[in-house]
Write a protein that binds this ligand. Structure first.
Ligand SMILES: [Zn+2]
Length: 299
């Protein structure tokens, strides 16, 4: 599953290619993808019809993001809410020079052939085609007339701070941490606190901060909270800058693999040597997730 840096990288890559283009035609090959969220949704013909009618002919004005949701904003206020979930993939192919922009699930699954058996939506734009593929069909692409409509669903209600936002201050983070109890890693993974930290970045943040991921939050000192905060606001922008991590076969908008993976200090390094002290890194299960940390450098 992509984490925030990967989704942000995809957003930036797609934005460069599709903004300013008009949607000429929309073809929905699996209705449930545009019919709702969750696993129980089914194909809703009226929603499919509405989806196609509302998008066709409209120009793409921008692509924005909230947590791991992407919003493709259309003229006259409409927008597409895209969530790739586990295996969603967006691929844009230009008609002009055949250049391809892709992100989400690995492109090799689709064999570079487009559309393929996992293609469920085809947006024909003026200069190219945007495909939505999804092997396991957990993702969704929904049309809304306005952001207010999305807000009415409470879609963003439970989301915490964006690590890149101004509102995410040390004071606010400290206050939040002081009000919480439980395992640190569980809290870092909790999207109600800070969005975008998944298994990779939660471990990396704890390592850089010198704090064990299995620590109880209520035992953290002010200084340790500060170190965690500093690590979050350094690591996330750095990962975005480098295009995210290529682990979990996540591909970037330009088809290349993210290279923040080269900077991973602990993720997937269980049993290997700690870069700081040379001791073997511990690998265990914390908050239900495989977790790697240094038992010497992290307290
Ligand atoms: Zn160490």
């Amino acid at each position: 599953m992509p984490e925030l840096p990967e989704v942000e990288s995809l957003r930036r890559g797609l934005e460069e290619f599709v903004v300013g283009q008009r949607v000429r035609n929309v073809e929905v090959l699996l209705g449930k993808i545009v019919s709702g969220r969750g696993t129980k949704r089914t194909n809703d013909e009226s929603k499919v019809k509405n989806f196609c009618a509302k998008i066709s002919g409209k120009k793409i004005l921008s692509i924005t993001r909230r947590a791991k949701n992407m919003m493709i904003n259309l003229e006259r206020g409409g927008m597409l809410l895209v969530h790739l979930k586990m295996t969603g993939q967006l691929v844009y192919k230009s008609n002009k020079d055949n250049s391809t922009v892709s992100g989400g699930h690995p492109i090799q699954l689709s064999d570079n052939k487009l559309p393929n058996k996992h293609t469920y939506i085809i947006f024909t734009l003026e200069d190219g085609v945007l495909y939505y593929n999804d092997v396991r069909q957990f993702g969704y692409v929904l049309y809304f007339d306005s952001i207010e409509e999305i807000n009415k669903l409470g879609h963003f209600d439970d989301l915490g701070w964006e690590p890149l936002d101004e509102g995410f201050t040390l004071a606010a983070f400290t206050e939040k941490m002081k009000s919480k109890k439980g395992i640190l890693k569980k809290l870092l993974l909790d999207q109600k606190v800070v969005v975008g930290l998944g298994n990779i970045y939660a471990d990396e943040v704890c390592y850089e901060a010198g704090v064990r991921p299995d620590r109880k939050v209520e035992t953290l000192s002010k200084k340790e909270i500060q170190k965690l905060y500093n690590s979050i606001i350094r690591i996330i922008p750095r990962a975005i800058e480098l295009g995210g991590s290529s682990v979990a076969d996540y591909l970037l908008a330009d088809g290349s693999r993210g290279n923040y993976a080269h900077e991973h200090k602990v993720y997937k390094r269980g049993g290997k040597k700690c870069f700081k002290c040379g001791r073997e890194l511990n690998k265990s299960e914390v908050a239900g997730r495989t977790t790697v940390y240094c038992g010497f450098d992290q307290k």
